[in-house]
Design a protein around this ligand. Structure first.
Ligand code: MG
Ligand code: MG
Ligand code: MG
Length: 308
């Protein structure tokens, strides 16, 4: 029976490239395994796949009665809707452990590194499978993206080692330049609607029964948003109201200044302020040194809202 690899909804480059790289590894190991995606490609992922001449994974929203590997998440709120009717063969992830459970034993590769593709590189090494040049290229890009070119506090020596080895396989000398090229593509926000911008890299979380949404945009220059903030706030408000969310946050991350401008709409601004140690003024606060949603934002919100 065929199996699929799928990343989180609103896929980022780690989810897209991870589906491809893990499905290739599984195929090499004799499984009939295919990459899938649970949403549209973002501009950065489209750039990466084009650059290395790799086709996008199949868009697949339903996994009922299928066999599936999950990459880059283990939260039900970020999984395909009918994931509970699928057989989960394995999880490869680098986030906090989520709320997905299984009926049967599964393969788990969950490690606190900066990127799922770092773990997948380690899996290739473990099984002694050669990584094709193009796949090495996209895995490298996923690591550069998730670790913000090694600047994120989530980045570990294992990520740097994996990136270095993948760059060698892919024949890329200046991989930091490749990273900057990617982040410039990511910074292209001119032709996007406010809604597209908020949802470009967006995740919902269940915190003690409250639905909290956190989007993030990583750019090389925050002034790009100067004339867009009002429209973004309007969008955050309507996203909050339309699905009964408690709070909707957007992190505008400046990767050169190494910090994030937080835009927040919330039922209780005080909780957000307490969690992130910042004072909101007109819904805005500058969070110095904050680059990582996973490590520097979500755990503090979860603590403030209380665990389930
Ligand atoms: Mg991700
Ligand atoms: Mg990731
Ligand atoms: Mg990210």
């Amino acid at each position: 029976m065929a199996s699929y690899v799928v990343g989180h909804s609103i896929p980022d480059s780690d989810s897209i490239c991870g589906a491809i790289s893990l499905a290739h590894l599984k195929s090499e190991l004799g499984e009939d395994c295919y990459p899938a995606r649970n949403g549209d490609l973002n501009p950065e992922s489209a750039f990466i796949l084009k650059k290395f001449g790799i086709a996008a994974p199949e868009l697949k929203k339903s996994f009922a009665n299928e066999q599936v590997y999950l990459v880059d998440h283990s939260d039900l709120s970020q999984s395909p809707e009918d994931i509970k009717s699928a057989t989960i063969l394995g999880i490869v992830d680098h986030h906090k452990l989520g709320d997905i459970t299984t009926d049967s034993p599964l393969e788990c590769w969950i490690r606190p590194v900066g990127c799922s593709n770092t773990i997948i590189k380690q899996m290739y090494d473990y099984y002694d499978v050669e990584i094709p040049v193009q796949i090495a290229g996209i895995m490298l890009c996923a690591i550069l993206s998730d670790t913000v070119i090694f600047k994120s506090p989530t980045c570990t020596n294992e990520d740097k080692k994996a990136a270095k080895e993948l760059a060698k396989i892919a024949g890329i000398d200046d991989y930091k330049a490749l990273g900057m090229e990617m982040f410039k593509v990511k910074s292209d926000i001119e032709n996007a609607t406010p809604k597209e911008l908020v949802f470009r890299d967006y995740k919902d979380f269940d915190m003690s029964g409250k639905k909290i949404g956190v989007g993030q945009l990583e750019v090389v220059d925050l002034s790009l948003f100067d004339d867009k903030k009002e429209a973004l706030f309007k969008e955050l408000k309507s996203i909050k109201n339309e699905s009964n969310r408690d709070s909707v946050l957007l992190l505008l991350t400046d990767i050169m200044e190494e910090g994030s401008l937080l835009l927040a709409v919330s039922e209780d601004e005080g909780i957000i302020e307490g969690a992130l140690g910042a004072k909101l003024e007109n819904g805005e606060a500058w969070l110095p040194k904050v680059l990582s949603r996973k490590k520097q934002v979500i755990p503090f919100l979860e603590r403030a809202f209380g665990k389930k």
